[in-house]
Design a protein around this ligand. Structure first.
Ligand SMILES: [Zn+2]
Length: 166
């Protein structure tokens, strides 16, 4: 009887441990290397300061350091604003696995400053290699599929994902 109980508690512990340790981040096929560059399409774009939140992925200890294009090397990410309503804040379109086109739409225009900034960090997250996280980690990820954390920088799940990918 004791043995059975012991086995049972081990099993429960295993399940709890597994659920705590499981990684929720999900990779896409984008692979931009360690020093990707972005450029903002400035024509008629009043949101450049928000778009520069792309650099929030360049934090100390991170493996991928994003900077604004300095006219040397390769543009990995184009960012632009389109004043049409397509039912979402922004979309990251993949040109190749090294290059993406991010477009922000009318909902972005009508959003709060905090939501705009978080949207940029989210879309740039797609461009550098993350898909939407599993919902279990919504509060720890800017890559949540729906909703916002009102934090315009990568969170623990996002950092773990990028640092595991590169
Ligand atoms: Zn997304």
């Amino acid at each position: 009887m004791k043995k059975v109980l012991l086995f049972f508690s081990f099993l429960v512990l295993g399940i709890i441990t597994y659920s705590t340790d499981s990684k929720a981040y999900v990779f896409n096929n984008q692979n931009v290397g360690y020093n990707p560059q972005y450029i903002n399409l400035s024509s008629g774009n009043p949101y450049l300061s928000h778009l520069n939140c792309a650099t929030k992925w360049s934090y100390q200890g991170g493996k991928v350091f994003i900077k604004e294009f300095d006219y040397g090397g390769f543009v990995n990410i184009y960012q632009g604003f389109v004043d049409t309503d397509n039912g979402t804040y922004g979309v990251c379109y993949y040109n190749t696995n090294r290059q993406s086109d991010i477009r922000y739409y009318r909902a972005f225009k009508n959003a709060s400053s905090a939501v705009r900034n978080e949207t940029v960090v989210h879309e740039v997250g797609h461009a550098i290699g993350l898909s939407h996280t599993q919902s279990v980690n919504n509060t720890e990820s800017v890559m949540r599929a729906t909703g916002f954390n009102n934090k315009a920088y990568p969170l623990s799940d996002d950092k773990a994902g990028i640092n595991a990918k590169y």
